[in-house]
Structure formats: C-alpha cells, structure tokens
Design a protein. Sequence first.
Length: 714
Amino acid sequence: MSQSFDLNVATRANHAALLPVVLIATSINEARPTPVINISYQDTALLQDGDKAIVQLVAGSKSVFGTTEVIKELTEHFPFLTGKDAKVEAEWLSQLDSLTTLDFKALDPILQRIDTHLLLRSFIVGYSLSTPDIAIWGALRGNRVAVAALKKGSLVNFTRWYRFLEELCPWTNGAVESMSAAAKEKKNAKAKEGANYDIALKGTENGVVTRFPPEPSGYLHIGHAKAALLNDYFAHEKYNGTLLLRFDDTNPSNEKQEFQDAIIEDLALMGIQPNKMTYTSDYFDELYDYCVKIIKQGDAYADDTDKETMQKQRFDGLASARREMAPEESLAHLEEMKKGTPEGLRWCIRAKISFDCLNKAMRDPVIYRCNPAPHHRTGSKWKIYPTYDFACPIVDSMEGVTHALRTIEYRDRNPQYQWMLDTMKLRTVQVWDFARMNFIKTLLSKRKLTKLVESGAVWGWDDPRFPTIRGIRRRGMTIPALREFILKQGPSKNVTNFDWALIWATNKKYIDPIAGRHTTIFSKDAVKTTVIGGPAAPYTEEKPKHAKNAAVGNKKVVYSSSILLEQEDVKLFKPDEEITLMNWGNAFVRKISTNAETGVITNLEVELNPTGDVKKTEKKVTWLAEEGQDLVPVELVDFDHLLNKDSMTEDDVLEDCLNKHTEFREAGVADCNVADLKENDIIQFDRKGYYRVDRAYSPGSPAVFFNIPSGKTK
C-alpha cells in the first residue's frame, strides 16, 4: 500500500468519539513495516459540548469527517479490517455514537447489553480479534463514565473482555497516552491564557494533593465549577498530583443520594476525574474521638444557649455562661447528644477559642450538634454530626491533603482552620484563597436556590434560568466553553461580578462553527405569499447546513410559488420595493393585501428578479415554502434573569428581587429538516439566533427550542 493518509484529531473532544479511530489507525500502522497513516492532534473548536468530535481523514484529494465515516473509509482501503461477517461487524460499528454519551442513565443499559452479549464470548464478533473489538474498546476506554462503571466490578463479562483486549493489544496503551498527552498540552496552554497560575504554593516538590469537598445538598452551580476545575488543574495539570472528591455529608437534614449522584455526573461531564472519592461520614468515628479529646483538653465545652442568644453573644463578643464548664460535665452532655435524647437535643459542642476576638469566626464556633434525622449513608447510627469547620481541617490532614484551595469567602475562617490542626496536633495544610466567581443578576446561594425549587418558582435544578451546571447546559452552554472561561480567570484573589454576556460570547466561539443553519417563521399572522415567476411545481435542492463547514452536512431546501413570510417583515415592505429572499434571490413587492380593521397583512405577491443584486437591497428576509414539504411546528423559548437587580444585599427579601415574568414563548413552523433534530442538538435559526433542542419533534407535539445567548456583539 503506497498511499499515505492524514488523520486529524480534535484534542479537546470527548475521547470516546476519538479513540476508536485513533486505535484503528494505530492498528493499521502496527501491521505495516512503515506507518501509512499520519496521526496529528489539533486544537480545533469544531465541537459541540465535547460530544461531537471532528475527526478528519485525508486520502489524496478526498476528505472524510466523523468517527463512523472515517472507519468505513479505512475498511475500504484496508480489507483486512473486515472479518468474515462484515454485516454483523458493521452493525456493531454503527453503535459507536451511543457509546460516547456521558449520561450514566443512558450508558448503563448499553453496558449491560454488552456484558450480556459477552457471557459466552471472548470477542464481540466471531472467534478472533476484529475491528468492532478495537473500536468499541476505544470508545469505552475514552468514556469517563464507562471507566467508572468498570471500576465498580459489577459487569463481570464486560470487565473480563476489556482486560483481555488490553493484554492482547499492548500497543493501545501507547496510542491512548499519546492522545492524552496531546490533549493535556493543548488544554494546559489554553488554561494559561490570561491567567497566572504561578501562585507559589509551598512544598509542591514533595507532592500535591488537592480536594473538592461539596455538600450533597443540591446541584453543582457555576461557582462550584470554578473550585472543582482549579483543584483539578493544580492536581493534574500544573503538578502530577492527586485530586480527592470528598462529600461533606455532615448535615443529614439537607442531603440526598440524588444530589450526590448528580455531582459525580456533572464532574465527569466537565472532564474532572478524581483519583479517589471519599466521604466525611467515613471518618465519623475518628471525628467523634477528636471531639472527646478536645473537650478533655479543656479546648471545647457543651452549651445549651438558645440560637438567638448565642448569635447575639457572638456578635457582641460576650462569653457564654457555659464556657467554663468542667470537661467531665461537657462529656456527659455529649453522651446525651450522642443518644439523641430530648436533653441531648438542647446541647451543642463549641470550640473554646476566643469569645471576643476581632475575627468573629474565632468566637467559639460550634463544632458538634445533635440531629436525629437519618443519614443517607450511615442511617440511624449517629445522632450527632460535626460541623464543616471542625471536620474539614481534620479530614484534610488525615487524608494527606497538601493544599486546600478554596474561595475567598472562607478567608476569615482560615485562622480557625489552623487552630483546629494546631489544637489537635495534626499535620498542617497550606490554604490558598481564590476569588469566587459571581455573575450579575444571579443567585449562587444554595439555600435560596433550594427555596426557588421547593416553591415551584422554577422547573427544577436543571431550569435553564438557574446557574447550576445542568441549568446552563440546558440553556446551551458547552462544556469546552465553560472550562475555557473558568480556567482563564485562574486562581486570582480579585473579586469580580461578571456579566453573563462574557461567558456566552466564549460559548459562541464553540457553537457557531458547528451549528447547522435552519429557518423558522413565527406562526402568528404569518403571511401567505405568492411568488410570481416561481416554479410551476415545488422542487427540492440539497444545500449545506453550514456555508463554512461542510462537515455539518446537508439539508433539503424546498422552493415553491407559495411561501410564508413573517408579519413583522412584511409590515415594512413598500409597493414595488426590491427585497431579498434569503438563499434564493431578489424579488419585487407587487401586491400587499391588508385587513382594514386590524391592520394585519393577510396576503402578499412578489415577483422574482433573477438578475437582482442582493448587495443592493435593504431588506433581506427569511421564508419557507408552504408546499412541497411538511413544515415542522416549533416553539421558541427565551428567558430573562431571575433577579431584577444586579446583586442582592443582606436586607433584600428574595421575593421582592425576583422578576415576575422570565419566560417568553413564540410558536412557529420550521423547515422539514428540523424533524430530524435530536434533543441537545444546537442549531442556528437564520436571523433569530442560536438554539438548543430541549424537546425533539414528534407527531402532535412541537419541537421546543431554547434560545442560547450569543454574548455582546460589536
């Protein structure tokens, strides 16, 4: 085989979409005395949510795009890739796209089917290694969620096959490492743009261990995303260290398994792969022992002061009446708390630091409280739970955390963090504060977000008006854009209130090159238009969905002498004016029929002008052929901010700061191609903007599209 090929791979894509092609290309090179496929890794923006990767194979003058199409092209050039049962192999290869999903609920049944299929088999097809084995193994190896499922060990047959392939094809490790290294290099370079990551962390030469400790009491929002991404960056990009995901599950009243599962899924979606997952509840026995120890040392005491009085005393710098209680008596109250008795419920344990320190965080904070609610992991074993401020430094030290990177709102509590370590004679941890990422007209308080969910003010935690990861993704934010924007801010301590336009402008860079162009006309008072000089019968032409990116594919454009125009466009027309019908040509306005009572234009006649110059017309309008295609009913939804002011103060009442109307819907019809769109597809409707498919079209039910903001325009 004298012909050589160039394979271009997008490094910032979902590896599950890339590895099948990379591994098959590598297997071809392995079977040849000299490589015939040149694999290059590029930093391309032609991605959607990290899920649709642009993989390009150049064979002479021919270019082929997309994972499945590239594999198909390679099998034609290299017949040995196809085994004895080509049809069955092709069927398995056609399922590759489904293996790229990072939604565990969607992926799990697929993995279960593969596991069942492999019950009495060593290979996917037949009795020897074939292309589906390599491709499917690559897709699953590149899928973070699939790898996580593998580690659980419940898919016995799948795990056996996966390990067997790894041993049978040792060259796969080199291919995976090469692609990962290229992706890491590109991501590292992108993260450094506009941000300073040289913050002089101490002791990094001895190893770096960071942690992200979310409480499973809600869904991750964009503020959490910054903390998670920065801890991941310093652990895995800046240094070859370790990232711990630790659930701070110390408040059973607010925590749910649902929230914990959602956090794991959202982190995986953002490309964050913790080296280890732990729980504060794993250490409840040790934390209780430390509480007993600190009381015996005389550095903590039991207190039954009511909540309001305690708050006032702390604010005024006054000592509690229980502050000098003997350790033995405090331990007796701790025992009642541990039993969850009515008497125990009255008490809490406070650290004996300082009652009048200028730093109010040091004024004898509560470190243990009684709560008989069942815990989602430990059940009814415990009736007392440590506070975050007590548990966090202890568990950080116990788990080997070297650098605690957290938002600047904890700055006043840093001395308290150090006091806990010193008092219990534990290994110290370096703390670094970075600015929290705030956005105007946005709530980031989990308590207030929970209130909006529970009151029904929003649809749920994935409401597109919410700043949760799921909310902004549902609105149309892509993960690559989210990562780029956050990492560009870096670990700066400067507090900034960002305008959402900035992050949406970053998002536009990612979606514009891959968003197919479509047409929709608002249904309200749509104007039936006769085209003089139009075709005698409707006809269809194949046109590119994206004029600048052929890889997006083609669409059907129907031309007819009967078309629809929008009322708002037609209202501006003048008799005999020359206009442009976009993607068709120029036409003269010949007749305008208007309802005398309502002023609504009911009918229009235009005459095509084939020699007209589209550059000379003032009005360029979208249109849809009314005949020759099944127009798709659609609903276009736009949103406003939930808050009516840039930021809330402590004195503000949440209900007074909420916009009364934040959801805007318009019914319309769209071109026939829209019927093929799937949920989460991102497109652009000409002259209307970018949209994400929230609900795909089905007979009797319109397709629902959410408007994606495009940021500031110049």
